[in-house]
Design a protein around this ligand. Structure first.
Ligand code: ARG
Length: 482
């Protein structure tokens, strides 16, 4: 048997051809100490292949890197490494083309691939799992998967932000009522309202990118829990897989799913924002409000009421926030009672995680499409003036400019509002005579002061709704999103 020397610490590994008795070893990779076969029910119960098969590309990518590292460390021979890599690439192709036969009895994606590798290249396949356990392997797979999901999610967040910024630009002259307590409060630019969501989405993006730092850590070498017996080069594997860091504690590495919970948490916050926005679109799209018309492409009809055009996309996004919140709670609950290190409970991490990742990405895409095709209406002064006294605060501020203390000005304006309500009038319809009956401080210039457009433009403070300020924000965000 050929020995390959050259390891720093003088250990060398023989590479004998496998014994013929090893050839049929793999029914189940762990079947050695078992005398009875697995109960049929148990086999289905413990299998995760139905959902973790989607990790196949990550699993193979990780295995190829591990295999290259084993050869570099002379733990397997160069020809064994070549053979294994070739087999793995063939499996990748089979999976990509939908030809791979996933088997429940092989439990999970790791054992399905290893078993197929054995079919393809024989007992050499058994060398791939040297210095590795499924416990660190599955962590690696999820980290590779999530790193990619973060990147795709961030791309979709950017697309939505750009869409909102361009809508803000296009609709810069539209004024809508701003609300507090769901009561008409003060006039604002529609653009200002839209850009509020861009701020939220950019915080969401930062949260995903921050989580990415803790996702981007290479766990291989931790093996089952204690670290491997073999003097492998963990940094080399990390380099091949573009991980900037390796994990520092093998027990933590195989038990940790914080990074997955962080992803679910960032997803939950993002969905909360999309859900709020959806709620507003549902309201704005109603005939009572009529601020926006959602396109036919993102609405559906009723099977009984021919006149209906329902804002289903917005409603579904609002509805789907529930499952994404639930996924975070599932994951936290899953982990809270687990002793170190790996426990099979952790297999349950995948479905909530995958569901959050899928839901968030789809909702972002749908939201972007819905916004791109939405038509915002221009509300007339009449529409804005009816019901509600949007410029009442401006009237109070007018009196302050005339030297009235704010509290007193507030009281006077309150009386004017009461007068309007009693007489079926709006602020802009009052004569100077009527105003003067309540306060002598009113002059001719009051009507100009409480005009809607002037009210908006007077909020000329950084972060305010004045057109000048909103335009400055559009410029800042356009630059930031480049
Ligand atoms: N399918 C398993 C999971 O998702 C892989 C790790 C199994 N490890 C074990 N010791 N049974 O967690």
């Amino acid at each position: 048997c050929k020995k390959i020397n050259g390891l720093k610490n003088g250990i060398s590994f023989p590479h004998p051809p496998p014994l013929s008795s090893e050839k049929n070893l793999m029914k189940k990779p762990w079947s050695g100490r078992f005398k009875q076969s697995t109960d049929v029910l148990m086999e289905t119960f413990s299998a995760s292949i139905s959902f973790d098969k989607r990790l196949y590309a990550c699993d193979i990518e990780g295995s190829i890197a591990h295999c290259k590292m084993l050869a570099r460390c002379k733990i397997i021979s160069p020809s064994e490494s070549q053979k294994i890599q070739k087999g793995l690439k063939r499996i990748l192709k089979e999976c990509d083309e939908g030809r791979f036969q996933f088997k429940d009895e092989l439990e999970d994606i790791h054992m399905n691939i290893e078993s197929r590798l054995r079919e393809l290249i024989g007992p050499t396949a058994g060398k791939l799992h040297t210095a590795r356990s499924r416990n660190d392997q599955v962590c690696l797979d999820i980290r590779l998967y999530l790193r990619n999901e973060v990147d795709e999610t961030v791309k979709e967040i950017n697309r939505l932000c750009k869409t909102l910024v361009s809508l803000a630009k296009k609709n810069i002259d539209k004024v809508i009522p701003g609300y507090t307590h769901m009561q008409r409060a003060q006039p604002v630019l529609l653009s200002h309202h839209l850009l509020a969501y861009v701020e939220m989405l950019l915080r969401d993006k930062d949260r995903f990118l921050d989580a990415r730092k803790r996702i981007n850590i290479m766990p291989l070498g931790s093996a089952a829990l204690a670290g491997t017996n073999f003097p492998i080069d963990r940094q080399y594997t990390a380099k091949l897989l573009k991980f900037p860091e390796i994990s520092h504690n093998s027990m933590d590495a195989v038990a940790d799913r914080d990074f997955a919970a962080e992803f679910c948490s960032a997803s939950a916050l993002l969905m909360m924002h999309l859900s709020r926005f959806s709620e507003e679109l549902v309201i704005w799209n109603s005939s009572e409000f009529g601020f926006v018309e959602l396109s036919d492409a993102f609405t559906t009809g009723s099977s009984i009421m021919p006149q209906k055009k329902n804002p289903d996309a917005a409603e579904l996004i609002r509805g789907k926030s529930g499952r994404v919140f639930g996924n975070l709670v599932s994951l936290l609950t899953l982990m809270k009672g687990l002793p170190l290190a790996y426990n099979k409970d952790l297999q349950e991490d995948k479905e909530p995680l995958f569901d959050s990742a899928d839901t968030v990405k789809t909702c972002l895409k749908i939201f972007t499409g819905m916004m791109q095709s939405a038509k915002f209406k221009s509300l007339s002064i009449e529409e804005l003036s009816t019901s509600g006294f949007l410029t009442a605060t401006d009237m109070a501020d007018y009196l302050v400019l005339k030297g009235v203390p704010f509290r007193e000005a507030h009281e006077v304006t309150g009386k004017i509002v009461a007068y309007c309500l009693d007489n079926g009038k709006t602020l802009d319809k009052l004569s100077l005579k009527e105003l003067r009956k309540i306060s002598k401080r009113f002059d001719e210039d009051v009507s100009e002061h409480i005009a809607l457009k002037n009210s908006v433009d007077r909020k000329n403070i950084y972060g305010g709704t004045a057109k000048k300020q909103v335009k400055a924000q559009i410029a800042r965000l356009t630059k930031k999103l480049k």
